[in-house]
Design a protein around this ligand. Structure first.
Ligand SMILES: *[C@@H]1O[C@H](CO)[C@@H](O)[C@H](O)[C@H]1NC(C)=O
Ligand SMILES: *[C@@H]1O[C@H](CO)[C@@H](O)[C@H](O)[C@H]1NC(C)=O
Ligand SMILES: *[C@@H]1O[C@H](CO)[C@@H](O)[C@H](O)[C@H]1NC(C)=O
Ligand SMILES: *[C@@H]1O[C@H](CO)[C@@H](O)[C@H](O)[C@H]1NC(C)=O
Length: 503
């Protein structure tokens, strides 16, 4: 179904007061269902939903209002998609109380207009992850902004996700949209047209894994939230063949242990296009790099794209370093403590008494590599849609007391970024898209998940402590006997709910 052509020309309330030129709002961390929010469009215009995964991960929400009078709700902030949609109060899932971040009741809004009944359907990159309903327009506010009138939104009646999403990507990556060239004014477009920001750019600071909130500044950069200099990276073409997502060139990945010894994980000449995606909780690296990293930690495959390690690894002193852009580029150091943390298997069901935690990494899904929240917490990232650039610096965690905001002006300058690193990245070749990483599969003994891998990295005291239970009592070989994973979960009585999202 198509939207009516020419619908939704946004209009705005005028703002007579001088706008500061930026809009800052909190981004709240929550731990509901895992999310992997990347929309995947094929060259023929259809959408894929490649892989799913089932664990509890963190996600990041912002407050918005929709309608007149304003109805408040929280939605996932997603750099990997470009539509704003909200769950309808009448959706069956919401009527059952399953929409914990708020719902929208169109019948209670005097400014609501349906523009295509039944025409909204967004499909994210996990199987079954579709949210569908009506395309409409209504007045919205974002984090207390001035009202934006006639914003096009999806109002979902059929829900996979328990709350809505605000995609802040390129408008050229919108879902099944109505206009001939496939574009309607997105929230980012309208923030600019309304004069709230000077150009379509924002900075995102997810902050420390233990912190409750980070922040996003539309149109601005907080120079107290990073160390070193921002380095600008020209965005790389996506699978579509042109720039419409935040792909940057990753040129090196390495691990440094507590003695300072560094193990290179990526091959010589690595130049991989990777997606910066706040809507994906994990980091999905190419098979070669992922396998080296997973085996370094002795991670085991529990099926459906999930990997676990002992939770005590969250306490090790080790760093995963990512370099971008080639010569003159930037390196972001990610402490292991910012990655490992979500309990998946309680100690009584796991070979190690610290329990089994999500590893925070996985192999690519659908043939693309994603740097999600397990990377992004350690980076301060400026996303510049207008110029097709992302600028990165090392995040300064837990900086809440002061802020110093530089307004991002019109034009091309990114305040604080004087260097541009231009290495070209490539997408994963089709031939490699279906390869499986060489990581051992978990097995079960009694009621306990057995660790079949032995870490190859020096992980320090954490790993020399005697493991309890049945560790090392199995000889299950490597390879992806994924059929074993479902019985594993069933045997352990663990409710691994279906549905990870890559938004
Ligand atoms: C959203 O609003 C609720 C209710 O006022 C508040 O408790 C919460 O902290 C807000 N979250 C963000 C991210 O601003
Ligand atoms: C939305 O699109 C997906 C993928 O094409 C499809 O499986 C799903 O049934 C659609 N949902 C609705 C409610 O039409
Ligand atoms: C940030 O603060 C949290 C407590 O809120 C703490 O657990 C964490 O270690 C801090 N992170 C850094 C890098 O200091
Ligand atoms: C952590 O490891 C680094 C080497 O990578 C070392 O320089 C540092 O002293 C270690 N810190 C602690 C607290 O052991």
């Amino acid at each position: 179904m198509h939207l009516l052509a020419g619908a939704a020309i946004a209009a705005f309330t005028s703002t007579c007061l001088a706008s500061p030129g930026y809009l800052k709002l909190d981004v709240e961390r929550r731990a509901p269902l895992d999310r992997r929010l990347v929309r995947r469009q094929n060259s023929d215009g259809s959408f894929d939903a490649p892989v799913t995964q089932n664990t509890n991960k963190l996600e990041y929400l912002v407050n918005i209002t929709v309608g007149t009078p304003a109805q408040r709700l929280a939605v996932t902030l997603d750099t990997g998609s470009s539509d704003l949609w909200v769950p309808a109060a009448s959706a069956p899932l919401c009527r059952k109380g399953g929409c914990d971040a708020g719902t929208f009741d169109p019948s209670a809004s005097s400014t609501y207009n349906v523009i295509d009944e039944g025409g909204f359907n967004i499909t994210y990159a996990a199987p079954g992850d579709s949210d569908a309903g009506d395309w409409a327009t209504d007045t919205i506010t974002v984090g207390g902004s001035d009202p934006i009138r006639d914003q096009q939104i999806g109002v979902a009646l059929s829900l996979f996700d328990s709350h809505g999403v605000m995609g802040v990507g390129f408008d050229t990556n919108e879902a099944n949209n109505p206009s001939p060239d496939g574009v309607y004014p997105s929230v980012m477009d309208n923030l600019q047209s309304a004069g709230i920001i000077n150009r379509k750019a924002y900075s995102l600071y997810l902050n420390d894994l233990q912190a409750n909130k980070g922040s996003i500044i539309f149109g601005g950069i907080d120079t107290t939230k990073y160390t070193g200099d921002l380095v600008a990276l020209p965005l790389q073409a996506g699978p579509e063949g042109y720039v419409s997502e935040f792909y940057v060139t990753l040129t090196s990945v390495s691990f440094t242990d507590h003695t300072g010894q560094t193990t290179q994980l990526s091959p010589e000449g690595y130049a991989q296009s990777v997606l910066l995606d706040s809507g994906t909780s994990q980091t999905l690296l190419t098979d070669d790099v992922f396998s080296a990293l997973a085996n370094g930690f002795g991670a085991v495959d529990i099926g459906q794209g999930s990997y676990v390690v002992p939770c005590k690894f969250a306490g090790i002193n080790g760093t995963i370093s990512y370099s971008f852009g080639g010569d003159g580029g930037v390196t972001i150091d990610v402490p292991v403590s910012q990655v490992v943390g979500n309990l998946e298997f309680p100690p009584e069901n796991f070979a190690d008494k610290s329990g089994g935690c999500d590893f925070g990494f996985g192999p690519p899904i659908g043939g693309f590599s994603i740097l999600g929240d397990t990377f992004l917490r350690s980076a301060y990232v400026v996303y510049d849609i207008s110029n097709g650039v992302a600028a990165l610096a090392q995040a300064a965690e837990n900086r809440t007391s002061t802020s110093s905001i530089a307004v991002i002006p019109t034009g091309t300058t990114i305040p604080g970024a004087s260097v541009t690193a231009t290495a070209t990245g490539t997408q994963i070749p089709d031939a490699q898209a279906t390869e499986e990483p060489a990581v051992p599969t978990a097995s079960v003994q009694g009621t306990s998940l057995v660790l079949t891998g032995t870490p190859t990295f020096n992980l320090g005291a954490a790993t020399t402590a005697a493991a309890t239970g049945t560790a090392a009592a199995t000889t299950t070989s490597s390879g992806r006997a994924n059929a074993a994973a479902a019985p594993t979960a069933a045997l352990l009585g663990l409710g691994l709910a279906a549905g990870v999202m890559v938004l």
